[in-house]
Design a protein around this ligand. Structure first.
Ligand SMILES: Nc1ncnc2c1ncn2[C@@H]1O[C@H](COP(=O)(O)OP(=O)(O)OP(=O)(O)O)[C@@H](O)[C@H]1O
Ligand SMILES: [Mg+2]
Length: 467
């Protein structure tokens, strides 16, 4: 019989120890016994037990409680069931105050005792799992995906269905519609969640660098390859790899990628050995891959391999009912960050936002809320706090536009700070020849932060050789 758990019985009466141990062993537990407090604590210290059955009087009245205290102090998670000779409410009170999980009275009923043991163990496992889940959640920052529109509900249903499989997923949508967030969600809802998803930003990389980044290289593969190096595919083994902007991958790399998707194997640059990996592929694009196939810019076979499951994220203007919900979500998020709670848009602003076209989709809304929280002095965000770009073309008269022109982006503190930040990033990127990794190093920020800032500040990237 497989072992169900290990239990230590501490009781000064040898017959009780033995009969309990026997009963537990017959049920498939591993059981050990100790006749007094000292040897009991010693055994417990040497060997972690999943549960302890402990006599209250060992033989002195308080000794059992002392043992209980000592166990709970160092191992609060380990369930302890007390055994007492008298069913008194005073005993029950004392032992529960000291952290006992339950208590039984002599003579006990075998079935009841086994049930209590089973319950205590399963509660304990549940607690441990919860703890693990919470840790996982905080570690990976389980994303909050908001939306109640029919179109988003369909997306959520699809995600639930396909997340556990290994199927390749192609996520399509305009800029800022949440493609990366959805990719993360799929990964975190799969059995691969224990390992982090590996993102590849193909857009910002020259082709030779991209290939060695993906597949790794052996020593001497090219002049600067002084040691062999693992690629992202190997790092993503047992996990998921996320290709952002898959449409920007060159035609040569596409062929290699196709092979990995088909065979789950590849060779390192300059290598002769085949490397096998278990990787799930998630990809995103905001260009029309189907059209790129027609134009001969994207391999048709790769397109079909990627497009096993397609998730189309609708632009925000097509799911306006999500705007108030998303706004509230971002107000909470940035309110916490800036220690300002209870903020909201005025009804006037809300009306304007519902009629706005949102070219930058959810990211644009998120940025607007963040900006509003930073600038807000009262609890309601009125029209005067909105950037001009939002009011333009939204039916506001020229007169009212003038009235607000003093609040132009560049005049506000946060606007000036943004301009300054933008200038520094552009300069650093220029100096680094457009290499974001290098620029991030120089600015002493993580690459992901730099990427976010580039997007948020709408910095256009000029790759080397682009002229
Ligand atoms: N449904 C949603 N609920 C809450 N936040 C969202 C949602 N969709 C997107 N966001 C937030 O909007 C921002 C932009 O999302 P994300 O980076 O995933 O978009 P994207 O489609 O990858 O954009 P791009 O094409 O520019 O790379 C992120 O901060 C993300 O957390
Ligand atoms: Mg993205």
């Amino acid at each position: 019989m497989p072992e169900k758990g290990s239990i230590l019985v501490i009781d000064d009466e040898p017959e009780i120890c033995e009969s309990l141990a026997q009963l537990l062993r017959m049920e498939g537990y591993r059981a050990d016994t100790a006749p007094d407090a000292e040897s009991g604590l010693k055994k417990f210290g040497q060997n972690p037990f999943d549960l302890v059955l402990l006599d209250v009087s060992l033989p002195e009245r308080e000794q059992g409680v002392e043992v209980l205290r000592s166990i709970k102090r160092d191992n609060p998670e380990t369930p302890v069931i007390m055994i007492t000779a008298y069913d008194s409410s005073e005993t029950a009170f004392t032992v529960s105050k000291e952290g006992a999980d339950n208590y039984i009275t002599k003579p006990w009923d075998n079935e009841k005792l086994l049930l209590d043991v089973r319950n205590a163990l399963s509660n304990c496992r549940l607690r441990a799992e919860n703890l693990q889940w919470r840790r996982l959640q905080s570690r990976y920052d389980l994303p909050n995906v908001i939306g109640k529109s029919e179109r988003m509900k369909k997306v959520f249903d699809l995600i639930m269905q396909i997340a556990p499989s290994r199927a390749t997923v192609l996520i399509q949508g305009e800029s800022g519609t949440g493609k990366e967030l959805i990719a993360k969600t799929i990964h975190l809802r799969s059995s691969r969640a224990q390992k982090p998803m590996v993102p590849v930003n193909t857009g910002s990389m020259p082709i030779d660098l991209l290939e060695s980044t993906l597949f790794g290289h052996v020593k001497g593969a090219f002049t600067s390859a002084i040691a062999s190096k693992k690629g992202l595919f190997e790092l993503a083994d047992q996990s998921s790899i996320f290709f952002d902007e898959i449409g920007t991958i060159g035609i040569d790399t596409q062929a290699k990628l196709l092979r990995v998707i088909q065979e789950r194997e590849f060779m390192r640059l300059g290598g002769t050995e085949t490397v096998r990996v278990d990787v799930r592929i998630l990809a995103a694009t905001n260009s029309d891959l189907g059209k790129m196939v027609e134009e001969g810019k994207f391999r048709e076979d790769l397109y079909y391999r990627l497009n096993v499951i397609a998730i189309d994220l609708p632009p925000l203007r097509d799911r306006k009912e999500d705007i108030p919900l998303l706004a509230r979500h971002f107000f909470t998020k940035y309110g916490e960050e800036n220690q300002k709670s209870g903020l909201a848009f005025s009804p006037e602003v809300m009306k304007l936002l519902m009629n706005y076209g949102w070219p930058g989709n959810i990211r644009e809304l998120e940025n607007l809320v963040e900006r509003s929280v930073v600038l807000a002095s009262g609890s309601t965000i009125g029209l005067d706090l909105l950037p001009d770009s939002l009011r333009e073309g939204n039916g506001l008269s020229a007169a009212s536009r003038n009235q607000f022109s003093a609040q132009l982006n560049g005049d506000s503190l946060s606007g000036m700070l943004q301009d300054y930040e933008r200038r520094i990033i552009v300069k650093t990127l220029e100096r680094a020849g457009g290499r974001q990794t290098e620029a991030a190093e120089q600015l002493k920020v993580p690459l992901s932060t730099l990427n976010q800032k580039i997007k948020r500040l709408h910095i256009r990237l000029h790759r080397r050789g682009d002229g």
